[in-house]
Design a protein around this ligand. Sequence first.
Ligand SMILES: [Zn+2]
Length: 271
Amino acid sequence: MLLFLAVACSSGPDAAALVAPPVAVVAAAVAPPAPPVWPAPGAPLRVLPGARVEGTLLLDAGHGAAGNTGNTNWRCESEGDVMRRMADRVATALAPVVTVRRTRPDATLVPYPDRLRASRSVAFLVSLHSDSRAGTDLHVDPATGCYVNSGAAGFAVLWSDEGAAELVAARGAFARAVARRMAEAGFPPYPGLDYGGLYEGDEVPGVFVDRHEAKQRIMLLRRPIVPSVIIETHQAWDPEESARWEEPATWAAFAGAIGAAMGDVAAVERD
Ligand SMILES: [Zn+2]
């Protein structure tokens, strides 16, 4: 075999005879390349069409209370800081869609009971968070000393089924509407592999109900008297997905999905 290759690749006087004669180039039908898959750069999102929604949304930047900074992301930033930055951007994107109130618009630490009080005079509450999931290749970045991984991207909408039946039904409807609209806008739902017994999946992908021990259940899910959800917007240890949430197109698509979900629930209530 080696001898044959040496002869075939030689450039002696007979080499030209081994070269195939030119043939006419025929234009072949080439399939367009498949679009990139989230969270890869350029994976498409869209802003859902919709009219301005009635009612005020309380937008909470998760954590940022005394002794409560949340996770540490792949860039070694605290979740509380990242979510406040995200809330600034999402609030701006939401302004044409709905009236927005904020729980912590600046660096001041805000106790959770204060946020609960603020939720009494709005129509919906959305609390922004990021997850820290093990994924498939969790490791410490030697350059920063912080965790990095991939393979665990996607959003999760968390809610509580505790309380009066009517309120629970409204919360569940809002959680499902948010997940459906986010998926429609191009955000993929996280399948919940790392949630174990803490959250239970729903028939709508990306929706999870709180199943913590009774005393550890999440205040902003079970105590507000208006429909409330936590949105785990992305995986904090995934550099690609984190980068997507730094893009104006992502904030616009997210704001459109939230507005559409509020409109869905309000429309059902009107019927
Ligand atoms: Zn969080």
